[in-house]
Design a protein. Structure first.
Length: 116
């Protein structure tokens, strides 16, 4: 069983930055496609970004393009989501997903609150 753990959430003022971290307990971490999602109260889970084993990144929501950056370090089994110029509408629980050939593992999420 792969354990996925997010950290780095918190309270930040609008315009500020946060860097979320996600670690996955797997010796084959480098083969996983890692993704970030978020879910705001009363809304569906939203895909933000993904990064493949080779480092290629894709971004989902137009609202975060240019502000959020996903990256990974295979040696540390870690993926990050750098979030800049945060807005109140970015307030949500942020989740990390590890996907290996259709086998998916989710973390418990880390909350982000952006005050205006």
């Amino acid at each position: 069983q792969v354990q996925v753990v997010e950290s780095g959430g918190g309270l930040v003022q609008a315009g500020g930055s946060l860097r979320l971290s996600c670690t996955a307990s797997s010796p084959t971490f480098s083969t996983y496609r890692m993704s970030w999602y978020r879910q705001a109260p009363g809304k569906e889970r939203e895909f933000l970004a993904a990064i493949g084993w080779g480092g290629s990144a894709t971004y989902g929501a137009n609202s975060v393009k240019g502000r959020f950056t996903i990256s990974r370090d295979g040696a540390r089994n870690t993926v990050w989501l750098q979030m800049n110029n945060l807005k109140p509408e970015d307030t949500a629980n942020y989740y990390c997903n590890a996907d290996q050939g259709g086998y998916e593992y989710w973390g418990q999420g880390t909350p982000v609150t952006v005050s205006s």
